[in-house]
Design a protein around this ligand. Structure first.
Ligand code: CU
Length: 120
């Protein structure tokens, strides 16, 4: 009886952690907001320890975005339909063909997130 209720409690705790992790860092494509501003002329995002700079970028559809590793630690870039290797130097590129707002994360670092707004 006692062990059965402990087991249930453990399961509930695991489920709660799972939900929180998803809400914090699940890459997704969102509808594009009206007022995201105009497209940048420099579609490059620096990957440093531990943030993306800038962490928000606006581009036209069809633009190739480059992530450029400058930090000393290993990071990756994981979006809804693209994923870089886990690396500590070099670059990664992805071309955004469809309008929308794309969130991306660094999978080892929970607070390391960024957004690309793609204009039609
Ligand atoms: Cu990272």
């Amino acid at each position: 009886m006692c062990s059965d209720s402990r087991w249930r409690h453990g399961l509930l705790a695991l489920a709660t952690v799972g939900v929180m992790a998803c809400a914090d860092a699940e890459p997704e494509v969102l509808a594009l907001a009206e007022d995201v501003g105009s497209a940048t002329h420099d579609p490059t995002i620096t990957v440093s320890d531990n943030e993306f700079g800038p962490d928000e970028l606006v581009v036209q559809a069809g633009t190739e975005v480059t992530w450029d590793w400058q930090g000393g630690s290993a990071h990756d870039v994981v979006g809804p339909d693209f994923e870089s290797p886990l690396q500590d130097s070099g670059t990664f590129t992805h071309t955004f063909e469809e309008a929308g707002t794309y969130t991306f994360v660094c999978s080892p670092h929970a607070g390391m997130t960024g957004t690309v707004h793609v204009l039609p």
